[in-house]
Write a protein that binds this ligand. Structure first.
Ligand code: UD1
Ligand code: M6R
Length: 371
């Protein structure tokens, strides 16, 4: 049921304040002062010790689920102190890459039925790793065959383009980082800031959804483009990959997410006055580096669209030479949840304006159950 919406993708984008609330329900435990203090993930509580002792945490997934894990990687590294590596499921299988008994392998999948992810799970089981699932589908193959895990509880997702599952996956993995991190005095303030940020996140997502009309206007400008590059780094490298995946998958426009730190190692050669580029430059420790990326793209006359924190437009385009999209600022590790929303809206409107099928893009299936 699409309710008042024209497409499932549109409904699922706008549903995110509620889906995020459901994802967190019962999992953030409030302290006496009515402040949320701890995370409780029922499905993991008996396994946290083993995860903390593991030699590495390896995230395994495909497409959007891989991107969600990439978005959560920095906070997991910071709070757990355990090395975190990333594997695209098919590539791990192609290489028969090393997985050890001392590893915690985390399988991220909305459907819980993706063939490559499922085969990678079987492979990791055979190699003796602790296998953890993060899935949206209770009773799915990945949910059943992992040793333990977390259901993201985002509600059924029908649009082939994953939207609300992505943001809920990131939130679950941020909670996973908090749960593994435990509470040492040294990170207490950081943990509380993240938990407070989680509690307020649905409100911030509601706020960022107000950009809908602005993103529709932007889509009108970009409707005939051949290509759209998306530059991000740090917490928002994943946002660049995921934004580009949405644009190519539904709007059928070439789009590429680029790690901004790699700009001078190749991609800069593409930039001229005919190229549209989205730069993600919200406020965090990478901000000044992103400012310099913007300057260099601007010097090559790229047509820039900059996603920045509220009130910071003049810091990212001093001469008014680019288009600034202002988003609410949240705790750095949660910023990817806010930042992806304007790109989801952009992909949606581009698709409708270009006249393509939003919920069922050509050649794709919601769940890729063959290899
Ligand atoms: C569970 C109940 C929830 C109830 C809550 C009350 C289920 C599915 N969930 O939620 O309805 O409100 O207790 O305390 O009955 N698991 C895997 N692999 C995965 C995902 C999950 O093995 O990929 C396992 C978990 O380790 C756990 C079980 O499935 O044993 C349920 O996981 P989850 O729904 O996340 O647990 P709770 O949030 O505690
Ligand atoms: O169900 P899964 O999360 O395992 O699916 C993985 C990918 O097939 C999926 O995310 C795909 O990339 C989406 N269509 C992206 O929107």
């Amino acid at each position: 049921n699409k309710g008042n919406y024209e497409h499932y993708m549109q409904k699922e984008i706008h549903e995110q304040p509620e889906s995020l609330r459901t994802t967190m329900r019962g999992r953030l435990i409030r302290g006496g002062s009515c402040k949320a203090k701890t995370v409780l993930l029922g499905g993991l509580k008996d396994h946290l010790k083993t995860i903390r002792r593991s030699r590495r945490i390896v995230f395994i997934g495909c497409g959007t689920s891989y991107n969600a894990a990439l978005a959560a990687r920095p906070i997991l590294e910071e709070l757990s102190g355990v090395p975190v590596t990333m594997e695209v499921a098919s590539d791990l299988l192609d290489r028969q890459g090393p997985i050890y008994r001392e590893d915690t392998a985390v399988f991220v999948s909305q459907s819980g039925e993706t063939a490559d992810t499922l085969h990678a799970l079987q492979y990791a089981q055979e190699n003796g790793a602790l296998c953890v699932g993060i899935t949206n589908t209770v009773g799915s193959a990945i949910s059943r065959n992992t040793h333990c895990g977390v259901h993201i509880n985002a509600g059924c997702e029908i649009g082939v383009a994953s939207t609300k599952a992505y943001t809920s996956q990131i939130v679950v993995m941020a909670m996973l980082a908090l749960a593994i991190g435990g509470d040492t005095i040294s990170n207490q303030a950081r943990r509380e800031a993240i938990i407070d940020g989680l509690v307020d996140l649905p409100n911030k997502v509601r706020e960022v959804l107000k950009l809908d009309e602005e993103m529709k206007d932007l889509a009108k400008l970009l409707i005939a483009e051949q290509s759209l590059l998306v530059f991000g780094r740090g917490y928002n490298y994943a946002t660049a990959l995921e934004g580009a995946l949405k644009v190519k998958e539904v709007a059928l426009m070439h789009s590429e997410g680029i790690l901004a730190g790699e700009m001078k190692h190749g991609p800069l050669a593409l930039v001229d006055e005919n190229l549209s580029i989205v730069v993600i430059a919200t406020h965090d420790t990478c901000f000044s580096k992103q400012q310099s990326v913007i300057q260099q793209l601007h010097a090559r006359k790229g047509r820039l669209i900059v996603i920045c924190s509220k009130g910071k437009a003049s810091m990212v385009c001093p001469s008014g030479s680019c288009r600034a999209i202002e988003v609410p600022q949240v705790e750095d590790c949660l910023q990817p949840v806010v930042n992806i929303v304007p790109l989801q809206l952009l992909a949606y409107h581009l698709t409708v304006l270009r006249g393509y099928n939003v919920d069922q893009p050509r050649n794709l299936a919601k769940s890729v159950t063959t290899q």
